[in-house]
Design a protein around this ligand. Structure first.
Ligand code: C2E
Ligand code: MG
Ligand code: MG
Ligand code: MG
Length: 276
């Protein structure tokens, strides 16, 4: 029997194929339904300047409620959404939420906090992506430099020319760009200088490694590389005071991690901002 795989092609969801539907397909169908019912949530994880210890922004992270206080991990459902193409619509929703959030923040006086949004490859493939970003920013009257797009190395390497030209258009409009999970993908370093980047996010794996003997070597190398080519650096996944001390020594600019705050729903984020 031919192996069935998930496809971008929507004809896969025909009732006649019901008996062959895999768990992943069921999950995708549920995701599609819940997204249509507006059940996805966007949470925010604070990012702080290491020098001032002040919040400078936040990363927007999707949450898919499963049962009360239970969420299906984005690590599980984002790949499904990417594979099916659903991420294009979800991505537009995320962008919309993020811009709305920026507007709300500005209204209560936080006029200088940025929001970083993760962007997947299928979004870059869609012709509506760049115009939608610009249109959404304008509609919410958001300062473009407060929106940051996070792309991974795999997104860049997939179709470098397409991604570079899309990013250049967005950059010319004032939007910021960060390279996410840096160091764990397979990017050719030569692209690093061709990409219109503002920030490098040092992957959590290299921050974790700091706990081991000589484990900080890669984090330090990435931070130095970033500085050398004029980029801001941020460390992801900082969980301990010791890791913070080490990256501070390395002159990393910013930090994001459980040591300061986990991703928070809107109300908790507002409380966190009020205290910090
Ligand atoms: P990411 O973009 O690298 O996001 C950082 C992940 O690290 C988040 O996982 C965050 O909760 C987690 N994290 C942050 N600090 C710590 C820490 O100190 N310790 C530990 N153990 N984890 C920490 P999360 O929220 O589960 O998201 C996983 C991935 O799903 C994200 O990785 C991103 O690739 C993807 N994702 C999430 N939201 C979106 C979205 O709106 N669009 C797209 N395309 N992808 C998204
Ligand atoms: Mg990210
Ligand atoms: Mg990351
Ligand atoms: Mg990641």
């Amino acid at each position: 029997k031919a192996k069935k795989t998930l496809g971008v092609n929507h004809q896969y969801y025909e009732p006649s194929m019901e008996d062959e539907v895999s768990n992943r397909l069921n999950m995708l169908r549920k995701l599609r339904a819940d997204f249509a019912l507006d059940k996805l949530e966007l949470w925010y994880q604070p990012q702080l300047c290491i020098k001032t210890q002040k919040v400078v922004g936040m990363e927007a992270l999707l949450r898919w409620p499963h049962q009360p206080n239970q969420y299906i991990s984005p690590a599980v459902f984002i790949p499904l959404a990417e594979y099916s193409g659903l991420i294009v619509d979800i991505g537009l929703w995320v962008l919309e939420q993020a811009c709305q959030q920026l507007k709300r923040l500005a209204e209560v006086g936080y006029t200088n906090l940025r929001i970083a949004v993760n962007v997947s490859m299928p979004q870059f493939r869609s012709a509506q992506f760049v115009p939608s970003v610009i249109e959404t920013i304008q509609r919410y009257q958001v300062a473009p430099h407060l929106l940051e797009l996070e792309i991974t190395e795999s997104v860049v390497m997939d179709e470098p020319n397409r991604v570079i030209s899309a990013l250049q258009k967005l950059k010319s409009f004032g939007i910021k760009v960060a390279i996410d999970d840096f160091g764990i993908g397979f990017s050719s370093l030569s692209y690093l200088q061709q990409l219109p980047l503002d920030r490098i996010k040092v992957d959590r794996a290299f921050i974790n490694a700091i706990d081991q003997q000589d484990g900080g070597l890669i984090a330090e190398t990435i931070i130095n590389l970033g500085k050398r080519i004029g980029l801001q650096t941020i460390a992801e996944g900082v969980e301990t005071a010791e890791q913070l001390a080490v990256i501070t020594q390395m002159q990393c600019d910013e930090v994001q991690g459980y040591f300061f705050a986990k991703p928070l729903p809107h109300a908790e984020l507002m409380a966190y901002l009020a205290e910090n």
